[in-house]
Structure formats: C-alpha cells, structure tokens
Design a binder for this molecule. Structure first.
Ligand SMILES: *Cc1c(COP(=O)(O)O)cnc(C)c1O
Length: 305
C-alpha cells in the first residue's frame, strides 16, 4: 500500500491533434490531494513514520504542504505547516481540511521556512518540497506505472519548479532502461530557475519570482535537477504566463480537469503544434495542483502578457 494512487494514463485526442503526435496524459491531477507531490512526499512520510517520527513539519503553502497534511492525517501523524502571509485563504483552508496546524509567519517563504526549521524537534521530520532523495525516489513511481502500462514515449513533457519532479522522472526513466527518452522541461518566464542554471552552468538564485505559476516559484533549483540535465537528455523550454493560463482553460474544456498554471506550463508546450513536431509518442505529466480556482485563472488571464 502506498499513499499515492496509480493514476490513469489516457490518450488525449485534442492534444494529439494539436501536437501532431500521439499524446498520452499521466493524470496525476487525480491524486487525492490534487498533485503528483503525494508520490514523493508520501514515500518520504512513510519512511519517516517507519523510523518513529512523531510530527511532520512543512513550510509549503502549496501542493507540497497539502501532500504532507494528507500523508500525516492518513498515517495518524500530526502535521504543522508554516506559511507566509502571502498564502491565499483558499490554500490555508485546504490545509486545515486535512487537519494540519497552519502557522502564518513572515512576508516570504524564506521567513516561513526559517521558523519551520526551528519547530523540528528530535522526534520530528521536516519534509522539503523538492530537494530530498526520498522525494525523487517516490516521484519515480510515475514512470514505473507508464512502463508497466507498456507505453514507451519518445519524449516526456513536464513542469519544473525546484526540480523534484524532474529528478524523480529522470530516475524513473533510467531505472526502466529508458536513458534515450528526452525530457522537455517547461518553466514559465519569471520562474525559470532551471533555464538560468543550464545557461550559467551552475545553479543560480533568481532575484525574485515574476510569474503567476506560484508552484514553479523556486528561486534556485536543486543541484540534483541540474545534475539530471548532464546525465540525461533534458531540453529546457520557457513559456509565458499567458500561454500557461490559456492552456489551463483549454484543458478544462478538453478534459474537464482544472489544473494550476504550474501544470498549464507543460500543457502549453503540448498544445503548441511546433514544439512536438519531431516526436510521435509523447507523455505529458499532468502534475495538477489544487490551489487555483477558475475565477482566479480568468482574472490572471485578463492581466497576463
Ligand atoms: C510542485 C509542483 C510543480 C513543480 O515541481 P518541482 O518538483 O518543484 O519541480 C509543478 N506543478 C505543480 C502543480 C506542483 O505542485
């Protein structure tokens, strides 16, 4: 038994027609807490629980925090999530629905994270949102499920924030002998910390995040994410907020699933008929995201460039 579920792998007719390739969707938006994060976070929480952890601490007001809250409730372990003042009411509400204790502190994630770290006692476990080998090992299960279904893609499209999903998917591709399958790693302009690292040849800290895709808003990617781009074919793509938001709207019509702009970034690449022209069997990781509403996406779209 795992905390995450095996998600459907379906062919998308609308995306296949748009991309001129067979496009299959790995629907991790259907994980019980709304995103792929439960794969890695659930795995990490189970390991810490097995080692006797009495309390989980997270500093993510987004999908990572929700996954920790879900895992803790399911395992019977109390959870504290420290979030900055900028966190939306909706995100806090979702955390409380999972019985997490929500502490609001500081004007940025850095400050919330600092307080969170001071709350981690000797018998507690701190769960990082993207930079932990336990997370990557858990995220890799996504590729195992695709391999078990007998679908070998010739490209994988996914979104990149701090690079945990990328690190896990690359690990999954390699452990299934798919070293030759390239990953198209998509970020939004204003949150493109992997793109910046690949250009510089080392990880760099962005001065700030200027994108509505808050789940991609890691100012610096994990070292492991950059290492993946050296060990595996990874192509970096950057899309506009506008393209990501439009992809969210279009995907809602096409597949009746509401996802965050963070996920819309990967979908935007798949909806673009140019980019996938050289591939014939494409896997799109529908990473999901629970914190956006349709009203918010429409309001952002009115202002987006
Ligand atoms: C966390 C998250 C991402 C980015 O994942 P990383 O592991 O930080 O790269 C993308 N989309 C959604 C919906 C997320 O919650």
């Amino acid at each position: 038994m795992t905390l995450h579920i095996h998600t459907p792998l379906i062919e998308s007719r609308p995306l296949s027609l748009a991309a001129g390739a067979t496009v299959r969707l790995k629907l991790d938006a259907l994980q019980p807490c709304g995103s792929f994060k439960l794969r890695g976070v659930g795995h990490a929480c189970e390991i810490h629980h097995g080692r006797g952890a009495r309390h989980f601490v997270s500093s993510s007001g987004g999908n990572a925090g929700l996954a920790v809250a879900y895992a803790g409730r399911t395992l019977g372990v109390p959870v504290t999530v420290v979030v900055p003042e900028t966190t939306t009411e909706r995100a806090k509400q979702l955390l409380r629905l999972e019985d997490a204790k929500v502490v609001v502190h500081g004007s940025s994630w850095q400050e919330a994270n600092e307080l969170a770290l001071t709350l981690v006692g000797a018998e507690d476990a701190f769960i990082h949102p993207f930079d932990d080998p336990l997370l990557w090992a858990g995220h890799a299960s996504l590729v195992d499920e695709v391999a078990a279904a007998g679908f070998k893609p010739d490209a994988v499209v996914l979104s990149v924030g701090g690079g945990g999903l990328l690190s896990g998917v690359v690990q999954g591709l390699q452990r299934n002998g798919w070293d030759d399958v390239p990953v198209l790693a998509v970020e939004t302009r204003g949150a493109a910390s992997l793109h910046a690292a690949m250009q510089a040849g080392h990880t760099v800290e962005l001065p700030g995040i200027a994108s509505v895709a808050s789940s991609l808003g890691a100012k610096r990617v994990a070292e492991q994410a950059l290492a993946c781009t050296r060990a595996h074919p990874v192509h970096s793509h950057v899309v506009s907020d506008r393209a990501a938001l439009q992809a969210c709207e279009r995907f809602l019509l096409d597949h009746r699933l509401l996802v965050e702009p963070a996920c819309g970034a990967a979908l935007a690449l798949a909806y673009d008929e140019q980019t996938l022209a050289s591939y014939s069997r494409v896997l799109v990781v529908v990473c999901g995201g629970a914190t956006a509403t349709l009203e918010q996406i429409q309001a952002w779209l009115k202002q987006a460039h």
